[in-house]
Design a protein. Structure first.
Length: 167
């Protein structure tokens, strides 16, 4: 099966889905796992990963395939931003740009507000947002909270941002 395509029937044969995790139904030969074990392990990024015939699969993508019978066409977004919450209602098949609109605040964010940063040259708060896959500058503001409100307003106009974006 190494060079074979993983079919929906094969996934259904190997696993059961308990509503959040894939559970081994029929482990592969020479595998250390047993029937009833939660499939996979949590990788350093926090995603459950499953190896099938030496090929790694993210659990959330396999779950999508298990439930719907088709591989996701894009990225799978965890709506609540918890990479281990693989309940089907928490997963959505979205483009990379839409997935980024559900991203957490970056760890290098110094303003505390996504899309707002201090511009040393002007001595003001700069506001940016991504529209149509392009970074847009929304201006410079002396007041940080005014800048935040401009950013929030732009998110509402652009749409497809989740309430968790930047939190």
């Amino acid at each position: 099966m190494t060079n074979e395509i993983l079919t929906h029937a094969k996934v259904k044969e190997l696993f059961d889905y308990d509503g959040e995790n894939l559970i081994w139904r029929n482990p592969l030969k020479h595998s250390p796992v047993r029937v009833g074990d939660v499939a996979g392990w949590v990788d350093p990024r926090g995603y459950r990963t499953i190896i099938i015939k030496r090929k790694p699969y993210y659990s959330h993508r396999l779950i999508w395939f298990f439930v719907y019978g088709d591989w996701p066409k894009n990225e799978i977004d965890h709506i609540d931003q918890n990479p281990l919450n693989n309940k089907i209602e928490n997963l959505r098949d979205v483009s990379k740009s839409i997935n980024q609109r559900n991203a957490k605040k970056r760890i290098n964010n110094t303003s505390g507000i996504t899309g707002v940063s201090w511009d040393k040259v002007s001595g003001k708060w700069m506001v940016r947002i991504c529209f149509d896959k392009k970074q847009r500058n929304l201006g410079l503001y002396t007041d940080k909270y005014r800048a935040a409100s401009i950013r929030h307003f732009a998110m509402e106009i652009e749409g497809n941002y989740t309430a968790r974006h930047g939190k």
